[in-house]
Design a binder for this molecule. Structure first.
Ligand code: ADP
Ligand code: MG
Length: 728
């Protein structure tokens, strides 16, 4: 019996667990494991509560006394709920979350046991930072890094599984010299700047707006594979994706999985992690099957961006933990299976004012629509001017497999607005200069007295666009499923903040020249629209024609990650990021290096796995099978059944031809890898890996997948696609 057939038997024998949902109502459950506003209100003095609420709202500094009081309240709350440890919970540039648990338990000088958690421990910790990536920001002699409490994201209790809970305190992670080593620090800075810029622009339309909160709703796609089969695939285990595997006879062509009924076993897993998520205050709402077999999606309701990003990182962690209980491995890789849709993380983004207005929501009131158009066109212009940077923010070895694979947005950034909206904007621009007579209706004259009803337009969705307007928000669909969403959000917030500030400067110039406000707004928007409309595209983003059209428009189409990442360090990026105070040139450069380094490491591991599997699993099995065939052929020949022996000889020859090529390719790939490893310059090394080493992957796969069809199914060592994908 092969490892594979044992695994399949185990997987097939699984019984779907019957879950008894916690008896409480969802509303009672929601946030019950978070140190929420409600909890603070009950446990803190009125003064401390007011001070911390203000600090959360305005980002002001929290003083020592308040920190002491909050720490004491957090400690007693956490211990009363079964916590034994606490940790700063942060998001280093490895792309996962990190924690280092400390016990509340301590000893006094005279040896008595006490439970201790001071304000200083809440505010700051010093994890051993030397093994987190820093892109050269930390010299080895100064490996210290600090984590600092982010009070705007509530602390929560994480179940450690085998009993005991840990109080997790969302934190930023910075180096000794104050440089950001994580995603959260620059994200928070970008949110402050965007608030400032968007508030200032909102005030041209509504004087009472004094805060704008960017919002984010993340749709998370993932695959589920049974644990036993997962362990029967060394490539999945080591790289998160299958490097070999022939497509099953039935893939996704029937489209019968999408929104299809959810199997009981999968449903039990979903219900289970959703309850856990709700307890942590993650507002999970929708669940459904995705396009590919074995693929699913989960989408919480949108929240303030910082919270949404934390919640997504936490959710991924949680899904994996709950998955273990259900014997499922959750695959977040962007392209775990060839020939089958990959997974993304759609980032739905908008701007909300403290007065309750969604700034990207069109209405039937003309005056409000001028405000809507202002924000809409400024976003389009920001994306147009910094498309390369936005592209860089979603680059990775994993997403490289997915993007441009004819089933996912291409590597060309474009914006989809929908037909009605585009037509309206074009008319607006074509209207020429407006002169107003006394008493004339400005909006009527402009033709924006009515905006086509965009809400009903749900069918006018373009699934092939990487960045599309969906009625009252933008959806960035090219984000990779395993990525930390902060990376694209830092970029989007920053370029939009920068653009809104430019708009404000343009406005002030016109206003001080005596122009009327509405006329000035329209004048500027027209110019912006004309300057950036090349980025707009309504057609099929997966088509060959679009690639050609984009080229003729001068849009960039950078498919290689190592080249796309360059935008992190371009002059225009550094200028904007330094001006906005989000990341310094040094920090940007560090991020660039970390991403390149990641890219090299991922491909290096994949290449090794491909080499090992080819020789130790595939060729070795195949040779044994060939021996069996050869024996049969010889027996037939001995019996003088030459005609019957002929086809068997042919199979032996076929198999041999593939084996010879595989051996040669693996050898050449290994040599290419060695040569690449010797290249000093990081960019050049990444390029070698991306163009030369990676070039062998598909070639080797081709021959291995052919062998999969030639070898007796009983003997094939790796779990097959049909076994992994259709088992529910
Ligand atoms: P669809 O699947 O059709 O794209 P959904 O209703 O599933 O749409 O919404 C996708 C995501 O967009 C959800 O997480 C939702 O909460 C989020 N979303 C809705 N409105 C906003 C908004 N104003 N800002 C940010 N995200 C939003
Ligand atoms: Mg969507």
């Amino acid at each position: 019996m092969t490892f594979r057939s044992k695994a399949f038997e185990i997987a097939q024998g699984r019984v779907s667990p019957v879950l008894s949902p916690p008896s409480e109502k969802v509303a009672d459950l929601y946030g019950s494991n978070t140190f929420s506003d409600q909890v603070m209100k009950t446990l803190l003095s009125a003064e401390a509560y007011t001070r911390i609420s203000n600090a959360i709202r305005s980002g002001s500094i929290i003083d020592r006394d308040v920190a002491e009081e909050v720490a004491a309240a957090m400690k007693s709350w956490a211990i009363s709920k079964g916590a034994t440890h606490y940790t700063h919970w942060f998001q280093p540039l490895t792309g996962t979350t990190a924690e280092k648990h400390d016990s509340f338990f301590d000893l006094t000088l005279d040896g008595k046991a006490v439970e201790k958690f001071k304000g200083s421990a809440l505010v700051q910790q010093e994890p051993d930072a030397s093994s987190f990536p820093s892109g050269g920001l930390r010299a080895t002699f100064e490996a210290r890094g600090y984590t600092g409490w982010d009070p705007s994201s509530p602390a929560f209790l994480m179940d450690n599984g085998a009993g005991g809970k840990t109080l997790c305190i969302p934190s930023v992670f910075i180096s000794y010299t104050g440089e950001a080593l994580d995603y959260k620090a620059p994200l928070l800075r970008s949110l402050v700047m965007l608030d400032k810029a968007a508030t200032a622009v909102s005030q041209y339309f509504n004087r009472d707006v004094d805060k704008v909160t960017p919002t984010l709703g993340i749709e998370q796609e993932y695959f589920l594979v049974d644990k036993a089969l997962y362990y029967a695939r060394p490539d999945l285990l080591m790289t998160g994706r299958t490097v070999f595997g022939h497509s099953p006879a039935r893939g996704q062509q029937l489209d019968d999985h999408y929104f299809g009924s959810i199997s009981p076993r999968v449903n039990a897993f979903m219900v289970d992690f959703e309850f856990e998520a709700l307890k942590l205050g993650i507002p999970v709402r929708t669940r459904h099957n995705e396009v590919a077999p074995g693929q699913y999606e989960c989408a919480p309701t949108f929240e303030e961006v910082n919270l949404a990003v934390d919640h997504n990182a936490l959710l991924m962690d949680l899904m994996q933990k709950v998955g273990d209980r259900h014997n499922f491995q959750v695959l977040f890789h962007e392209k775990p299976f060839a020939g089958i849709n990959g997974s993304g993380k759609h980032n739905n983004w908008s701007l909300n004012t403290n007065t309750g207005i969604n700034l990207l929501q069109p209405t039937s009131k003309p005056k409000e629509n001028l405000r809507f158009l202002t924000f809409l066109i400024n976003v389009v212009k920001a994306v147009h001017d910094h498309a390369d940077l936005l592209r860089a923010s979603i680059c990775s070895a994993g997403n490289e497999h997915r993007l441009g694979a004819n089933e996912a947005p291409p590597s060309i950034i474009s914006v989809f607005l929908g037909k009605d909206l585009t037509t309206m904007l074009e008319e607006l621009v074509n209207k020429g200069e407006i002169t107003l007579e006394k008493g004339e209706n400005f909006y009527y004259k402009l033709g924006i007295s009515r905006i086509p009803n965009l809400q009903r337009d749900n069918t006018d969705r373009n699934r092939t666009s990487p960045f599309c307007f969906t009625g009252n928000k933008f959806e960035y669909r090219a984000v990779g499923s395993s990525q930390n969403s902060a990376s694209p959000m830092i970029i989007l917030n920053t370029i939009v903040a920068n653009q809104l500030m430019e708009f404000r400067r343009d406005m002030e110039e016109r206003l001080s020249a005596g122009e009327e406000k509405k006329v000035a707004v329209v004048g500027i928007l027209k110019r912006y629209f004309t300057e950036s409309k090349d980025i707009l595209f309504e057609g099929n983003g997966y088509s060959e024609e679009w690639v050609k059209m984009a080229e003729s428009r001068g849009l960039s189409n950078i498919s290689a990650t190592y080249d796309a990442l360059y935008a992190y360090t371009s002059d225009s990026t550094i200028q904007v990021f330094e001006r906005m105070g989000i990341l310094s040139a040094r920090e940007l450069n560090a991020r660039y290096e970390i991403e390149l380094e990641n890219y090299v490491k991922k491909l290096q591991i994949e290449s090794r796995v491909i080499g090992d599997l080819s020789l130790n699993h595939i060729v070795s099995t195949v040779v044994k099978y060939q021996f069996k065939l050869a024996q049969t052929a010889r027996s037939l020949t001995d019996l003088e059944m030459l005609e019957e022996a002929a086809p068997i000889r042919e199979i032996i020859r076929d198999i041999s031809s593939h084996v010879v090529v595989i051996k040669k390719l693996v050898h050449d790939m290994t040599e290419a890898r060695k040569a690449a490893n010797a290249v000093e310059d990081l960019y050049e090394r990444a390029k070698r890996y991306g163009s030369e080493v990676k070039g062998y992957f598909e070639q080797i796969r081709y021959h291995v997948d052919k062998l999969e069809l030639l070898i007796d199914d009983e003997d094939w060592p790796l779990a097959k696609y049909r076994e992994m994908l259709f088992l529910e």
